[in-house]
Design a protein around this ligand. Structure first.
Ligand code: F6P
Length: 532
């Protein structure tokens, strides 16, 4: 075993003994021991503030975690990612979403192409289409202005755009309205289309491969809807394709000038910063989209240059590893106390669980520790009336991120004061608890407390701070993947279901009863065939 592995195993042993020590310590005691705990464990970067002090962790533990990061060569992997090295080994690709938000950096050659020049070209092409739509000069086949956009995509091709469009909706001027459709369930597409006028509707199809079944099934139906509503007309003015597969998009009927491309080295869940962010630029303007990119680039620069001890994504990653691997918190709650960030939990479910929900190391050997926690979440204050009971009195250890904005969009008002008072008081209640012995309450009313949380506060929700927040989590999962020695950028686990789905769909199309599966799957398919 090499020296680094030996030392890494030694650090892991130390961390286990710290966990035993801290299991017996209440977080409130850690505050009692150092009056400056909040100051030492909270960090700020240009309007982004993160408070780690309500976690069950101390400086001794953190310094071991920094050693773990160094011994895992986080610096080396970080350098490799930004340099465009092949760090996604199983797909033989770089992971260069960071290049998307630094279009004016120095030339970066991938497969013989300066990708920064390609990024700039695509941004310029995107801006042309966006300006045509925002300046009300995009006419449909019958000469009418486009008023509505149906954005068809799934996973990373919809979740990033959806959260950003919602978060920046207040910046919308006279832009076409965006309607997102992802699910192959006709209940997603058909009601959306039936409420729209094809003459004034633009369909934007977003798929890196232009083959994802959910997306292409919706795209075919939407194209048919356009053709039926515009008989004999050229419907090309009603379709845009956003993809890495230009030829496939052209075969589908999208004209070349309406195709925006992104590249193989952009993972779907990291693609918001590419042309996939098109609806964000349509809604909030291209300048706002560029500010979103700039916010992410600022966070990149901080991630690249800040020492681990004050590196916010590294700290978020290490606190996450501490909670998941040493304090046995196998689920993680994401609680945005801002209605404009309601889409953050599902976005983060994909970003985290599709990136680090892995069971083998990069060399193919089995992982023996826990990797991605189960991510769930819901906006506060709603969540206080759904699952917070389990957070306060349940038997499971759950780590939590609370996210809030100091300034609301509606200006200073009692709503925002109540929202923020709830955020602060919930993290306090979860930590303090209400012990039967102290509070003279019954066992039913007692709350054990000592429940960890991290609080993230944005000064205000702007394109820039949103970019910083999303990039923060991208680098968090990247650092965790390095320490867990797993590939954060592939997603082979989703392929098996897709393959088996093709077989079942063929059997359903054949409409013959089946017996080639297990008893349950046979029974379920045949019940569907008999009763649909
Ligand atoms: O869920 C698997 C996945 O490949 C995601 O990684 C991706 O965001 C989504 O499907 C959609 O992929 P595409 O953009 O290629 O249609």
């Amino acid at each position: 075993m090499n020296k680094a592995m030996t030392s890494k195993n030694t650090v892991i042993k130390h961390l286990k003994s710290h966990a035993e020590r801290l299991f017996l310590t209440r977080i409130t005691e850690l505050f009692d021991r150092s009056s400056d705990r909040f100051d030492r464990l909270s960090f700020e970067l240009d309007g982004l503030f993160v408070d780690f002090s309500k976690n069950n962790i101390d400086q001794e533990t953190l310094s071991e975690l920094f050693d773990l990061a160094r011994l895992s060569d986080v610096e080396g992997w970080r350098r490799a990612m930004f340099a465009g090295d092949i760090i996604n080994a199983s797909e033989n690709r770089p992971a260069l979403h960071v290049a998307l938000r630094d279009p004016n950096g120095e030339a970066l050659i991938v497969d013989g192409v300066d990708i920064r020049a390609a990024v700039r070209d695509t941004l310029n092409h995107m801006e042309q289409l966006v300006e045509k739509l925002r300046s009300a000069s995009w006419l449909g086949a019958t000469g009418k202005l486009i008023t509505d956009i149906v954005h068809i995509g799934i996973g990373g091709s919809v979740l990033g755009p959806e959260i950003a469009v919602r978060a920046l909706a207040s910046k919308t001027s006279n832009a076409p309205k965006i309607h997102f459709v992802a699910n192959v369930d006709a209940e997603a597409l058909m009601p959306t289309l039936s409420a729209l006028d094809a003459e004034t509707t633009l369909v934007v199809i977003v798929s890196k491969t232009f083959t994802t079944l959910d997306t292409m099934t919706n795209a075919v139906s939407a194209r048919q809807w356009l053709s039926d509503a515009l008989p004999g007309k050229d419907i090309s003015a009603h379709m845009i394709g956003i993809t890495a597969a230009r030829d496939v998009a052209m075969e589908f009927g999208v004209t070349p000038e309406n195709i925006l491309t992104f590249w193989d080295w952009v993972g779907g869940r990291f693609s918001l910063w590419s042309a996939v962010g098109f609806p964000v630029a349509v809604t909030a303007g291209m300048d706002a989209f560029r500010q979103l990119l700039e916010g992410a680039r600022k966070l990149d620069e901080h991630f690249l240059n800040a020492p681990f001890e004050s590196n916010i994504p590294v700290l978020l990653a290490l606190v996450g590893i501490w909670n998941a691997n040493y304090l046995d918190m196998r689920t993680h709650a994401v609680l945005p106390y801002d209605e404009r960030l309601a889409g953050f939990p599902p976005y983060l479910q994909q970003l985290e669980m599709e990136s680090t929900g892995k069971g083998v190391h990069v060399d193919g050997s089995p992982v023996i520790n826990e990797t991605a926690p189960i991510i769930f979440g819901y906006p506060g204050t709603d969540a206080q009336h759904t699952f917070f009971q389990a957070l306060h009195q349940g038997t499971r250890s759950i780590s939590m991120d609370f996210i809030g904005c100091l300034k609301g969009e509606q200006g200073k008002n009692n709503h925002h004061d109540q929202l923020m008072a709830s955020l602060f008081s919930q993290t306090e209640a979860l930590m303090l608890g209400r012990l039967q012995s102290q509070a003279g309450v019954s066992a039913d009313q007692a709350c054990p407390g000592n429940r960890s949380s991290t609080t993230i506060l944005l000064d205000a929700l702007t394109p820039e701070t949103l970019g910083m927040l999303l990039a923060l989590y991208e680098h968090k999962i990247f650092v965790q993947s390095i320490i867990w020695n797993i590939n954060a950028f592939d997603q082979w686990g989703v392929e098996l279901g897709k393959q088996l789905g093709k077989t079942v769909l063929q059997e359903i199309d054949a409409a013959q009863s089946v017996n080639g599966h297990d008893g349950s799957t046979n029974g379920l398919i045949n019940r569907y065939l008999n009763k649909r």
